[in-house]
Design a protein around this ligand. Structure first.
Ligand SMILES: Cc1cc2nc3c(=O)[nH]c(=O)nc-3n(C[C@H](O)[C@H](O)[C@H](O)COP(=O)(O)O)c2cc1C
Length: 184
């Protein structure tokens, strides 16, 4: 028996999925001598052994095409003070790196000034994901972590965590995590 065809209204899809709160990153790479990057909320840790992460760029993203040609990428995790950086890297058709400070990661990709932390990767695989791609990265280097609050994106707006909230997971919660603290 064939499964019934389900139709999902685009506005409802955006609204419901917009209730899933994420952090905000800028995924960067080098296309020859040219830096490329775009704001990206679809970033996740995937595997500890081997160390893999993933992100999902739109098929039409010019920045993704440039990063793909370079074969490597760096995930820059933004702080709550970097909403303007997210806006710049979330807008196509501009020189996103104009007037912005950055340095090179060990893998040669841009690390933006003042980010919370960064994850340097080689592209391990690329899968089809409808109007997006799913890009798997093999982690090669990890950046230092600054003592700052992360930038969050929720219901199409920027927000941030309470800096005074308890951040150490309770012992019972730690047992439920895929990679408990002891495994680091
Ligand atoms: C907070 C935020 C999160 C975003 N997340 C994604 C994402 O996960 N995947 C994606 O393809 N685009 C995402 N975008 C949109 C891209 O950043 C934007 O389409 C891109 O910068 C367009 O320029 P490009 O053609 O140079 O890639 C996001 C934008 C913002 C502001």
């Amino acid at each position: 028996m064939n499964a019934p065809a389900h139709t999902v209204e685009a506005g409802a899809f955006r609204s419901v999925l917009g209730h899933f709160c994420t952090g905000v990153t800028v995924v960067t790479g080098m296309d020859g001598q040219q830096p490329a990057g775009f704001a990206c909320q679809s970033f996740a840790a995937l595997s500890l052994d081997p160390p893999l992460v993933l992100f999902c760029p739109a098929r039409a993203s010019r920045s993704w095409q440039a990063i793909g040609r370079g074969g490597r990428f760096c995930v820059n995790v933004l702080t709550a003070e970097q909403r303007d950086v997210s806006q710049v890297f979330g807008t196509g058709g501009t020189d996103k790196f104009a007037g912005l400070g950055w340095s090179s990661s060990p893998g040669g990709c841009p690390v933006l000034d003042d980010v919370l932390t960064w994850v340097d990767c080689g592209i391990a695989d690329v899968f089809d994901g409808g109007d997006h791609r799913v890009v798997l990265g093999r982690v090669t280097e990890l950046g230092p972590v600054r003592d700052e609050v992360p930038l969050l994106f929720y219901r199409s707006k920027y927000t941030a965590t309470d800096p005074n909230a308890e951040t150490r997971p309770a012992a019972w919660l730690e047992e439920l995590l895929s990679w408990p603290r002891e495994s680091f």
